[in-house]
Design a protein. Structure first.
Length: 244
């Protein structure tokens, strides 16, 4: 969420919308359309590891068994970055003392009132929070987070589908204090999107100190992964009233 203006400012002209949510697939399409026509983009090729070669070049070893070399590697391979693990094996994630359930809810007929108006953070006062936000006119994402000193093993994909009802029953139990749209989001969850994970984070690196000999730049979550609740929002949608 990006804040566009300071609501407390008396001199700055007020902008009607105080925040923007970027829809990732729309942003991706915009970026793809802006690429020169002769640019090649390879999808579904993960980076397994990297090697720094003599002269500063970098060899990238890909998940399909192939490799490529470059003069500068910009690594944006997420919180569990294989590039970071290869070059900075001691720069690991730390448990943030919270466990998260997350899923994508689909409403084929559309739910404009729910998706566009009743979203934000719902706090319980008992170490449990429920977050929702819209993706488009028929889809929204939800997350239930609870405080815990003990992390849990990640569950997603096929295992999450097989254990769908077990996981959702735990979500219902832990979130029983929440009013709507809690139940609507949970009941509309696409089983293939459901996951359970332990929140993790780490401090960003200073490249000039940690990667001063390598032509590698870590960006995004590869450099500074944050737990799902570490962002900030100036939206009024953080109020309990938004869920009445």
């Amino acid at each position: 969420m990006l804040e566009l203006n300071d609501p407390s400012s008396k001199t700055q002209a007020r902008i009607p919308a105080i925040g923007i949510r970027l829809v990732r697939h729309v942003l991706r399409d915009i970026l793809m359309e802006a690429l020169p026509s002769d640019t090649k983009v390879y999808w579904e090729k993960g980076c397994d590891s990297v090697d720094v070669l003599e002269g500063g070049r970098v060899r990238v070893n890909l998940s399909d068994g192939s490799s490529d070399e470059c003069d500068l590697l910009v690594a944006a391979d997420g919180a569990s970055s294989n590039v970071r693990s290869a070059l900075l094996p001691d720069d690991t994630l730390e448990y943030a003392r919270a466990v998260c359930f997350q899923g994508t809810s689909k409403f084929p007929s559309g739910k404009p009132d729910l998706l566009q108006k009743k979203w934000g953070i719902n706090v319980s006062g008992s170490n449990v929070a429920f977050l929702t936000f819209p993706v488009d006119s028929t889809t929204g994402v939800w997350a239930l987070t609870y405080k815990s000193d003990q992390p849990r093993e990640r569950i997603r994909g096929k295992e999450a589908v097989e254990r769908n009802e077990e996981l959702l029953n735990e979500v219902r139990r832990r979130g029983k204090m929440f009013r709507e749209p809690f139940a609507q989001y949970v009941e509309a969850t696409d089983p293939e999107t459901l996951q359970l994970f332990s929140a993790q984070h780490k401090s960003p690196i200073t490249h000039a100190q940690r990667l001063f000999k390598e032509n590698v730049v870590l960006i995004g979550d590869a450099n500074h992964p944050m737990s799902p609740f570490s962002g900030t929002s100036s939206s009024n949608n953080t109020s309990q009233d938004q869920f009445l």
